[in-house]
Design a protein around this ligand. Structure first.
Ligand code: OAD
Length: 237
């Protein structure tokens, strides 16, 4: 029998129980850093060394954490569903938990690419992106074409190249699951609107969610416990 399609949109909350700070909770990253300094293309043009330090630290942290039961539960859904994970996270915890189809909407910490020297749009081609694992990059580390290397991260002010792929996954989904995102950052926050009119949408988050839509059911819990509830719901269908 053909497997049903499940689109899973995740945000920082799915990795919180692994020990990675979210952005907007109290003591989240955006309480300790200014978004425009470390996550915008203008910040890169102003002070690239500060940005490199910030992402070097994020990579070092990633090397010390592990996928949690929620990442693993999402990966295990592949036994029964045709799953596409759409993540806003730049960590690699979904991969390490075993998920096989992952769209990284906001890029990946373990990858770098040359900065765009020819325009301020930071265009790039996928062939120039490469893996550095948990290593560091510094000013003066150059790509083969002589350009400064930069993190392969989508910053504020830049395009989100994978959004079309993500929309297609949501449009074709039979079920949508959203885990641990404040739904504040577009275009990711608007993705659920592309789900079919009769597609059930489940949101796992311990806090209130800023959306009201008859298709949505809120599982008010942390990701690990919420995934247990979600699996029970699927099994009862
Ligand atoms: P946020 O920090 O905005 O939201 C995290 C969400 O996770 C909140 O709704 C929390 O209530 C929830 N949460 C906290 N702990 C949780 C837990 N244990 N289990 C489940 N949920 C939990 O993070 P995002 O929505 O992912 O972009 O942020 C979106 C984007 O904003 C990020 O990708 C990043 C940031 O600026 C860029 O840097 C481009």
């Amino acid at each position: 029998m053909k497997k049903k399609k499940l689109a899973v949109l995740t945000g920082a909350g799915v990795s919180a129980e692994s020990g990675i700070s979210t952005f907007r909770d109290s003591d989240g990253l955006w309480e300790n850093y200014r978004v425009e300094d470390v996550a915008s293309i203008e910040g890169w043009h102003r002070n690239p060394a500060l940005m490199l330090d910030f992402y070097n630290a994020r990579r070092r942290e990633l090397a010390t954490v592990k996928p949690n039961a929620a990442h693993i539960a999402i990966a295990e859904l592949e036994n029964e569903y045709d799953v596409t994970v759409i993540t806003q996270n730049v960590d690699n915890l979904h991969e390490r938990a075993g998920s096989t189809r992952i769209i990284h909407l906001h890029g990946e910490l373990t990858k770098v690419r040359p900065e765009d020297r020819y325009s301020d749009r930071d265009g790039f081609s996928e062939e120039t992106v490469f893996d550095i694992g948990y290593g560091e990059i510094h000013m003066g580390d150059l790509a083969p074409d002589g350009a400064q290397l930069r993190p392969h991260i989508v910053w504020f002010g830049e395009a989100v190249p994978k959004i079309e792929q993500a929309i297609a996954a949501v449009e074709s989904a039979d079920i949508m699951l959203i885990v641990g995102t404040s739904l504040q950052v577009y275009p990711a926050a608007g993705l659920y609107r592309y789900a079919g009119w009769d597609t059930p949408i489940y949101i796992i988050d311990p806090k209130d969610v800023p959306v009201s839509d008859p298709r949505i059911r809120h599982i008010r819990n942390v990701a690990t416990k919420g995934m247990e509830e979600f699996k029970k719901i699927l099994n009862s269908k």
